[in-house]
Every structure is written in structure tokens, then in C-alpha cells.
Design a protein around this ligand. Structure first.
Ligand SMILES: [Zn+2]
Ligand SMILES: [Zn+2]
Length: 238
């Protein structure tokens, strides 16, 4: 058993042995849930912003300046939360500390947050490069997508898209460099078995990864691509 599998096994065993505690504040969770009511209520809902890219703004707009200059390739998008405290802490535990429990909490909150404008035929999580997948032990986008697929009765295609090129971490890149960094990074593995799909990711920053996945799917013959992401980063300094 490797270190990741062992950590996951211990976490799974712990869930049965111990009462659920809130992963944010440590208080007992209601009915076995790992997020208390107070911390659940403090997740920031992303309901005011650009209708095209979901960037949080002081008042809603049909298309922000960025989207007017460069319209995103997707049809609709669903990004229910703002990437800020306490969600960012849960996401960090999920993505970088091997906490699948934090992933379950985030996915549950996402599923309960509302509904997408349209339910697609297929969910396609943004793939990780094989090397990153091996390091982390799981793809965070796929783990978030699984409960959503069950909730909305939608098929899930975890292997339709493949990351054919390892990309630099996007964290320190601006929007232009991010677009360049992901260009040609994804490929479809086979004929997409649906005409309406939604690409699923955890955090949407500039949207360059989601836009690239959307373009690849459209080029492969998908008629409509929507984008679902858990949370949107606010504009720097905004
Ligand atoms: Zn709490
Ligand atoms: Zn926009």
C-alpha cells in the first residue's frame, strides 16, 4: 500500500470510528457531516458578476470587459461559490493534503447550492497529467464530479479528455501566459458520446484551462459545451 492509499484508508476508517467534526472549525458536524451550519453559511455565494465568466463584480453584467474583448467559447457556466475563506482552506486540504473528506464536503455543498441552467448529457472532468495524478493519487475535478453526476443523473466520462502535455503550474502566470501554457495541452481520446457536455473543474481563475477543454470538445464535434466549476477567484485586489 503506498503512502496515499494508506492515508485514504486511515481517513476512511476514521470516519466510522469518530463522530464527524467540522473540517473548518472542529465543532461537531450535524448528522455526521464534516461541515457545521455556521461554516456552511460562511461560504461566499457567487451570484453577482459577469454572466459569461462568473467573475464576482459589485453589480451583475451580461459580459465584463474581458469577455467583450475575448468571448469565452462555452455556452453556459455554473460556478456557485467565490474562492475565498473558508472554501479556499478546504480546497487546499483537498488538493494538496490528500483530504478526500474535504472534497466530499465541497462536492456536497456544490450539489446543494442550486441547479445549472441546463443539465448536460455528460460530465467531463478536466484531466490531470499522468505524472500529477500519480503524485496526488486522485483527480480533484473527477472527485467533485462524481456526486454531481449521481445527483443530476448524468453520465461521467473521466477518460474522454486527456492531458497530453504537462503544463507549468498556472499560479504565477497572467491571463495571456495561462492561455499559451494550456494551448495544445488536451486531446479527446475518442468520438465524444454526447452532443451536450459540461466540463467540470475545481477552481476557475482566468478560465484558460476550461476554455481550452471547451475548444477541444467543440472541435471534436460536441455541439454544446458548458462549464461547471466549484469556485471562481475574485479579481486580484477586487
Ligand atoms: Zn465549522
Ligand atoms: Zn466576464
Amino acid at each position: 500500500m503506498d503512502a496515499t492509499a494508506l492515508k485514504q484508508w486511515i481517513a476512511a476508517a476514521g470516519r466510522f470510528a469518530l463522530p464527524a467534526r467540522c473540517l473548518v472549525c472542529g465543532d461537531p458536524g450535524p448528522a455526521g457531516r464534516e461541515l457545521c451550519h455556521g461554516c456552511r453559511a460562511s461560504l461566499v455565494v457567487n451570484d453577482i458578476g459577469c454572466a459569461r465568466c462568473a467573475i464576482p463584480l459589485p453589480s451583475p453584467v451580461a459580459a465584463c470587459g474581458t469577455c467583450q474583448r475575448r468571448p469565452p467559447p462555452w455556452s453556459a457556466l455554473w460556478v456557485p461559490f467565490v474562492y475565498t475563506s473558508p472554501l479556499d482552506g478546504l480546497e487546499a486540504r483537498f488538493k494538496f493534503a490528500g483530504s478526500l473528506a474535504a472534497g466530499r464536503v465541497l462536492s456536497t455543498c456544490w450539489g446543494e447550492s442550486g441547479e445549472p441552467v441546463a443539465v448536460p448529457e455528460l460530465l467531463v472532468p478536466v484531466p490531470l497529467h499522468t505524472r500529477r495524478l500519480r503524485e496526488r493519487g486522485y483527480n480533484q475535478a473527477l472527485e467533485l464530479a462524481k456526486p454531481l453526476a449521481r445527483r443530476f443523473g448524468v453520465r461521467l466520462a473521466h477518460d474522454l479528455l486527456r492531458r497530453v502535455r504537462a503544463t507549468e503550474a498556472q499560479t504565477d502566470l497572467d491571463a495571456t501566459l495561462r492561455r499559451r501554457n494550456v494551448r495544445g495541452a488536451f486531446a479527446v481520446q475518442r468520438m465524444p458520446p454526447a452532443t451536450h457536455v459540461a466540463v467540470v473543474d475545481d477552481v476557475m481563475t482566468t478560465g484558460s484551462t476550461l476554455a481550452e477543454c471547451t475548444r477541444v470538445l467543440l472541435a471534436a464535434g460536441v455541439k454544446r459545451v458548458d462549464v461547471w466549476a466549484l469556485a471562481r477567484t475574485p479579481r486580484p485586489g477586487g
